[in-house]
Write a protein that binds this ligand. Structure first.
Ligand SMILES: NC(=O)c1ccc[n+]([C@@H]2O[C@H](COP(=O)([O-])OP(=O)(O)OC[C@H]3O[C@@H](n4cnc5c(N)ncnc54)[C@H](OP(=O)(O)O)[C@@H]3O)[C@@H](O)[C@H]2O)c1
Length: 280
């Protein structure tokens, strides 16, 4: 089992100097770090960009994925090539036992968690509410709501300074759909992001005194593969020009907002939202 030494008592105190003690007692890996972050659904799209920028900013990064191991491995390789530390961890966020194992793996690899990005999310094929079946509704809610809740709960259990943790920050990756409703496309998905927004507000108030901040980003139309999974690979090209800023966003533009919300630059910000949507 790896153990962890830090020169500061609290993550809130800004940068850590971290040394991992190997089982033989030798210190390795002494370097300044911004903390330890788990990004759910980190293998592609917005999650992958968040992992890469977190590595750039000095976090030790957990790249969670559900099924695409080689995509997650590529993200790890990219972070390591830039001098950062990362591991890929398989786990379905909607499965309670998987969530516990993913967090345990993070702890063993990097020591106490200081940040969670609740990014994993899915949507079904474009359909009107009248045509959405209950199996698909349950799938969407299981990943986007139950999964995010389980990960947030696990993070709070480990980060709360009333439970021996060092405090930290959670960023939920919601969507402008929570506000716009996605009529004719995926109201079930939009509804799930509405639930995530409520989790953000309620949890932020509940755990503020535990040394944990909770915020969310609400991306608009971002150029990733999620649109193809909704049945329209060309959705970004179709809708991009209608965005007030005249284009779709990039995963990196969302990741920059997330990294700011995780960082000490946003130390007095909790329970709120950044719309990364080009004005949409
Ligand atoms: N792209 C947009 O326009 C947009 C707009 C607003 C909000 N968002 C939100 O941003 C987040 C990321 O979206 P994206 O566009 O980057 O999606 P994406 O390219 O489809 O990537 C989704 C990621 O989530 C992972 N994932 C899916 N289900 C999972 C589960 N049950 N457990 C663990 N990981 C799981 C996938 O891993 P595997 O491939 O291994 O399954 C993948 O890494 C989502 O929450 C989405 O709702 C996206």
């Amino acid at each position: 089992m790896w153990s962890l030494l830090t020169s500061k008592h609290s993550w809130i105190d800004s940068l850590w100097w971290v040394a991992f003690l190997r089982p033989d007692g030798q210190a390795v890996g002494m370097k300044p770090t911004s903390g330890v972050v788990l990004v759910t659904g980190g293998s592609r799209g917005i999650g992958a960009a968040t992992c890469v920028l977190a590595g750039r900013d000095g976090y030790a990064v957990g790249v969670n994925y559900r099924k695409d191991a080689s995509a997650a491995k590529q993200v790890v390789v990219q972070i390591e090539a830039a001098g950062g530390q990362a591991i890929a961890i398989q786990g379905d966020v909607s499965e309670e036992s998987d969530v516990r194992r993913v967090f345990d793996t993070m702890q063993e690899a990097f020591g106490p968690l200081t940040a969670l990005v609740n990014n994993a999310g899915i949507l079904g094929r474009q359909a009107r509410v009248a045509d959405i079946d209950v199996a698909r509704l349950r799938r969407v809610l299981e990943t986007n709501v139950v999964g995010a809740f389980l990960c947030a709960r696990e993070a709070v259990r480990r980060m709360s300074n009333h439970r021996g943790g060092v405090g930290g920050a959670i960023v939920n990756v919601s969507s402008r759909a929570a506000v716009l409703g996605s009529p004719g496309e995926y109201v079930d998905y939009a509804m799930s992001k509405g639930a995530l927004d409520t989790l953000t507000v309620g949890l932020a108030k509940e755990v503020a005194a535990d040394g944990i901040r909770v915020n969310a980003v609400r991306p608009g139309i971002i150029d990733t593969a999620i649109h193809a999974s909704g049945g329209e690979p060309g959705r970004v090209a179709r809708l991009g020009p209608s965005v007030p800023l005249g284009r779709a966003g990039t995963p990196e533009e969302v990741a920059e907002a997330t990294l700011w919300l995780l960082s000490q630059a946003s130390s007095f910000v909790t329970g709120t939202f950044i719309d990364v949507s080009g004005g949409r």
